[in-house]
Design a binder for this molecule. Sequence first.
Ligand code: NAD
Length: 480
Amino acid sequence: MENHRVVSYACWVQGEEREGKRRYPLVNPSTGKVFAQVSIADRQLVDSALTGAREALKEWRRVPAPQRSALLHDLAALIRQDRNALASLLSEEAGKPLKAALDEVLNTAFLMDYFAEENLRLTGQIPLLGYPREQVLIVREPVGVVVAITPFNYPLSTLAVKMAPALAVGCTLVAKPDEHTPLSTLKVAQMAVRAGLPPGVFNVLTGPGPETGRFLVEHPIPRLITFTGSTEVGKEIQAAGARWVRKAILELGGHCPAIVCHDASWRELLPQLVSQSMKNCGQYCYRISRIYVERKIYDEFLTAFVERVAALRIGPATDPFVELGPLNNADILTKVRQQVDTAVKEGARIQVGGSSPPVAGGGFYFSPTVLTGVTSEMSITKEEVFGPVVIVTPFEEFSEAIREANATPYGLAAYLFSKDLAKVLEGMERLEVGSVWVNRIHQAYPQAPFGGMKESGLGREKSRYGMEEFTELKTVYLSY
Ligand code: NAD
């Protein structure tokens, strides 16, 4: 008989564990089996966490900035120290191969350090107006109690880009991780206490989005909701905030195009293109999901791309040799399957993949898939595909490629490959997105702002701009 150890987890409020009235089972995506029970924060617990965060704000905002930064550096050090334990928890709940989970943990520590440093450079202004015996001071204040709602695909790095700047500038925070991946966030909360963060400054409430998430969003205390997730839920959060005239930072869905012109070094770029399409099993907001290839090189490109995709190794997150783990949960698997089936009914052709591979031990697996014969009228180009599916389409004229690239409601990121400077500059100008990668795909650095246009979001994360989102300006007119 199999003996599964099912551990129970409580919420983390004002520096201690707190239980809601009910729990839900947490499933390991690699096996499809329950491995933990997690508390559901009810309305009362949500109220208690937010009230506590409002109390804690009174002291925390008065802690000198260098001390707040020092605490974040201490937290980063603890995350690095416990990186293996944190990575294995993240791998188990998210279905990420261990190496990818470890990369995310280390990036989380790096982001904590980055925002601790950036905090020391935050300034106000005194305009040099020159009027006698008058000055105008423009000062910054922390926005207040912040709610951070995060998704399952990158539970820790999406937390870090919210938590670190919020705490650094003097806000207090209530985090609500996705219901499928709450454990790594709870572990960070325990580490935050070890790092010396006062009770009530960082709280974690677990539970389903339509329940715990909605209670948070409908509450009057938060002055900012910072959210990463689907466009659909982002719109609900924005609508709910109108009641309190409350700010929201929304990092939402994407359907990101890559344009490959005939003069690009496309053979050298293939590994990057495959990785940026399929990483994290396609559960990646700015992954490449549509590739437009100039007709002259289309056949050759497609053959080489499909060959590489077919060679990707997929399996349980615990297998050190796999490149792709499972999808995170049964709902995502069903949705991706339906999207591919509908595309095929509408006329798309499957070049590789298109079904679940035989992987021993159950779990939510979907083979890396390449589709052709897709037009911008088909539903698969209109809604985000959060799985390992990429569409490859030929184009004749560059302007046609740009038009097709822009033909979705999303505007998160785009990728452009050409050695022709005129095309590069035209692409930079005409692509309706928050970030464009040109001729190489490198990491999105914390020094650069990240966010979406159109229905991909509002506001920016990372960098000085992302940090300033957690502050409000106050103007003081001084006479003496
Ligand atoms: P989702 O919107 O269903 O869930 C995200 C979070 O919102 C979860 O914590 C969930 O519990 C919560 N939630 C759900 N319903 C809610 C409600 N009514 N009120 C309050 N909270 C609620 O998103 P998902 O499909 O699980 O996550 C993937 C999405 O996230 C994709 O669309 C992806 O593109 C997006 N994403 C965007 C970025 C970015 O930076 N733009 C980064 C990562 C992921």
